[in-house]
Design a binder for this molecule. Structure first.
Ligand code: ADE
Length: 338
């Protein structure tokens, strides 16, 4: 069955907003999904094995920074299994009836994708445990001394949970996932291939060097690569340019304050605050978050991972530190030995 072609109504709690621009560029099968080779291998084996046994896929937890393809992989899994994927996110499951409505209406083997799963409240989480383990819902009927638990069978479901903060998941929930996989930042050549694929789908004449330039500046993240590519396309169409070369990419992305290494204004604001306000650190996460007007969890899960991976920032037991490479990237002189 084609999961996106169904005209069925969304289930209660299912995300029913329009699919969004990202959808046109999403790969739909393992074969089109570039990069994350270990993830594809692990999930490919699980899909083939469960298909041959006719069983539901084990529950999958995908974690890692935003924009690396967790939702895309859930959709690919459903497509590979030949079933529909129901997409929701923890904040949409605030009331018990939201998750109950979703679970009782699922068809057998449909993939249930819960984004930001670390944000599930305790009640929702406890409803999920028996659903994940025994495909049943334990409902409390009545109040006070007459309250009774009733068990309701539900369709066997593979649950795919996604989170940017695996450490924030309570262990009883984390332990119920049979497959736990981290998505990594993409390699440059994979990003170049992703940009070239997207350019093809958008019917752009993008030179290989230009694709590489977008790839260098997308923070290792396909979602950002596709966003930057659309900005480059805007500049090309305003200038009436058919062919897009690296100079045009440079011009368009400088306009959007994305530097040659892909750091954006938020990244530079963080490093600059550390250098100007705290001599490059060490400085605590909370202090930095307050100084930037950001939520500490967002800073930790969204902004920091790329800077850490690039070796521009370091986490130490005494706080965050700008590395020599970070200083140099922002044009600061090397620190004198004390
Ligand atoms: N578009 C976004 N992510 C992708 C990926 N991993 N492979 C191919 N195209 C993509």
């Amino acid at each position: 069955m084609d999961p996106s072609a169904s005209a069925e109504e969304p289930l209660p709690g299912e995300r029913s907003d329009s699919p969004g621009r990202e959808d046109t560029l999403r790969p739909r099968r393992f074969a089109d999904y570039i990069g994350q080779s270990e993830l594809k291998q692990v999930l490919g084996i699980a899909v083939t094995a469960t298909r041959s046994r006719g069983e539901p896929l084990d529950h999958v937890l995908l974690h890692g920074p935003p924009g690396l393809g967790k939702t895309t992989m859930a959709l690919v899994l459903a497509e590979e299994l030949g079933v529909r994927c129901r997409i929701t996110s923890a904040p949409a499951l605030e009331r018990p009836r939201d998750i109950i409505g979703l679970l009782v209406n699922l068809q057998a083997h449909e993939v249930l994708f819960i984004d930001e799963i670390h944000r599930l409240n305790r009640v929702a989480e406890e409803l999920l445990y028996p659903a994940m383990e025994d495909y049943r819902l334990d409902l409390t009927v009545g109040k006070g001394t007459t309250a009774r638990t009733r068990s309701l069978p539900i369709a066997p479901l593979p649950l795919v949970g996604a989170t940017t903060r695996a450490g924030a998941l309570r262990s009883p929930l984390r332990d119920r996932f049979g497959l736990v996989q981290r998505l990594e930042f993409y390699e440059l050549e994979d990003l170049q291939a992703i940009v070239e694929r997207a350019a093809g789908l958008l019917r752009l004449q993008l030179e290989a060097d230009a694709a590489l330039e977008v790839a260098r500046r997308c923070r290792g993240t396909p979602r950002i690569a596709n966003r930057l590519l659309r900005r480059v396309r805007d500049v090309a169409s305003v200038q009436g340019q058919e062919r897009i070369g690296p100079e045009l990419v440079h011009e368009a992305l400088s306009l959007h304050r994305v530097d040659g290494r892909g750091l954006d204004a938020s990244d530079r604001r963080l490093l600059t605050l550390m250098l100007e306000g705290y001599g490059g650190g060490p400085v605590g996460l909370e202090t930095l978050a307050a100084g930037l007007g950001e939520d500490p969890a967002t800073l930790e899960a969204v902004i920091e991972p790329f800077l850490l991976q690039q070796g521009l920032l370091q986490r130490t037991s005494r706080g965050r530190l700008v590395t020599p490479a970070g200083r140099s990237h922002l044009g600061w002189p090397a620190q004198q030995a004390a």
